[in-house]
Design a protein around this ligand. Structure first.
Ligand code: HEM
Length: 456
């Protein structure tokens, strides 16, 4: 692995597109956000300055600086407000919190996703994948995105609320779907500019869905408090959690953290898996190597937590898919008093944009970036130099790094290993360009036909 500093020096700062008076480059960004980000990434500079309406924005093109800003969030940079829909659904969960409140809550949730706990969730992950594969029949045509989002939803609901029959999975799933859809709508459109008091039909639907969700989560929390048996789900961990002063989370805080973890986990992991199948179907050689590894290691067995470490090629495929199609395509930071970047002051209020999407395709950091090559992630020396430290950041980094990295990687590998032992998903021809919403999803319906894996 090389470091960004090993690369040829480029200009420290350049002015990017000039844009229009008042609007800056907002129209160009809104027209095709991903193309605009790629354009910014093509400037030969570590930092590219431009304007989003009246707001000054710095786009970072250098992994070391991205690393520096991500590490400084919660100190001299902060996460900006992600808008009404996001806040209304997540409440005061720790994604939307800041400072001591964030630290307290993150500290209380963290034990629920540490590796020992993820080991307990692994069984749910493989079982849900096995359940899905058992419902599939050879030759059937499936909508890959819908299937993977539904699978991720099942895994998420069951790891958070448990597997007992008292949990009405579909009530939670349906309300979440409506709410997440509205977040995506607001991310894409004029949502960030609409005041909170404005009521659109979409916002009214969101409110109704959140009311239903709250009633269901309250019911589940009350049930657990009535019969507090020890279980291996996140809700059990949250009910038991205590902060440094020994205080428990209130019911409202538990609701907010459950929803936060759901939103963090569901669409991101489901989308990552969708792209894994797409990329595999376009690269038969990779699929062959995968089938080989699965035969050698599992030989038809359903994988468990211990198998994660025994399936390095599966892990490499997931990492490479997260490079080429990072579900979280953009990460923001807002400069506070005293913010600096590469030793220079940054004006308070400046937005800093960092895009896994754009950086992951920069040929300075990844050799042949357009090529889907899980081999670049192999630990042996033959592939050194094809990836750059800190240039791969699908999970963000620094203080506010994704809390679910281990969960997401284990879930993705176990789902891939379970299903790929039984089926190849032959995605129908088409480009399925990525489009932005809450996450980076394929444009159009991605259909695949299911071809059974032969055992000879
Ligand atoms: C492939 C799947 C996933 C991807 C690509 C992903 C990506 C990310 C990224 C980029 C961030 C940082 C956002 C920022 O800095 O603004 C983040 C934060 C977060 N993620 Fe994930 N995530 C994934 C899965 C999960 C899972 C499985 C969970 C829960 C089990 C989760 C829960 C969270 C939470 C709660 C945060 C907020 C952390 C904080 O603000 O302290 N994510 N995720």
């Amino acid at each position: 692995m090389t470091t960004a500093a090993d690369r040829t020096a480029i200009a420290p700062v350049l002015d990017g597109p000039r844009g229009l008076p008042l609007l800056g480059s907002l129209p160009e960004f809104a027209r095709d956000p991903l193309a605009f980000l790629s354009r910014l990434a093509s400037y030969p500079a570590d930092q590219v300055r431009w304007r989003l309406g009246p707001a000054p924005v710095v786009f970072l093109n250098n992994p070391e600086m991205i690393h520096e800003v991500l590490a400084a969030r919660e100190f001299t940079f902060r996460k900006p407000d992600l808008g009404y829909a996001f806040r209304h659904l997540l409440g005061d969960g720790f994604i939307t919190s800041r400072g001591p409140e964030w630290r307290r809550k993150r500290g209380m949730v963290q034990p629920a996703v540490r590796p020992r706990q993820v080991r307990a969730y692994a069984e749910i992950m493989s079982a849900a994948a096995q359940e899905l594969a058992s419902q599939w029949a050879p030759g059937r045509r499936v909508d890959v995105t819908a299937e993977m989002l539904a699978l991720s939803q099942r895994i998420t609901v069951r790891t958070i609320f448990g597997t007992d029959s008292g949990v009405r999975e579909e009530v939670i799933a349906d309300s979440m779907l409506i709410a997440q859809h509205q977040i995506g709508v607001e991310f894409r459109g004029l949502g960030p500019m609409m005041p909170d008091w404005m009521r659109t039909p979409g916002r009214r639907r969101l409110k109704r869905a959140v009311d239903v969700l709250d009633t269901e989560v309250r019911r589940l929390v009350a049930l657990r408090r009535e019969s507090p048996t020890e279980r291996d789900d996140l809700l059990t961990r949250l009910l038991a959690a205590r902060d440094a002063a020994g205080a428990h989370l209130t019911d409202k805080e538990i609701r907010d953290e459950c929803v936060t973890m759901y939103v963090g986990a569901h669409e991101t992991t489901g989308t990552a898996l969708t792209w894994v199948w797409y990329l595999l179907s376009r690269h038969p050689r990779v699929r062959e190597r995968l089938t080989d590894e699965l035969r050698r290691v599992l030989n038809g067995r359903v994988p468990g937590y211990e198998d994660y470490a025994r399936l390095p090629y599966c892990e490499q495929i997931v990492k490479e898919a997260l490079r080429m199609r990072p579900p979280v395509w953009m990460i923001y930071a807002l400069a506070d008093e005293g913010a600096t970047l590469a030793g220079r002051p940054v004006r308070k209020g400046t937005q800093v944009w960092m895009s896994p999407w754009a950086t992951h395709f920069d040929p300075r950091w990844f050799g042949n970036p357009q090529e889907f090559s899980p081999e670049r992630w192999a630990r042996d020396a033959s592939t050194a130099g094809t990836v750059t430290e800190n240039a791969w950041f699908p999970f963000g980094g620094g203080t506010r790094v994704c809390i679910g990295v281990r969960f997401a990687m284990v879930a993705s590998v176990l789902v891939l290993a379970t299903i790929a032992q039984r089926f190849h998903l032959e995605v129908e021809p088409g480009e399925f360009a990525p489009k932005i919403g809450l996450t980076l999803q394929p444009e159009g319906t991605m259909h695949a036909s299911l071809r059974p894996v032969t055992t000879d």
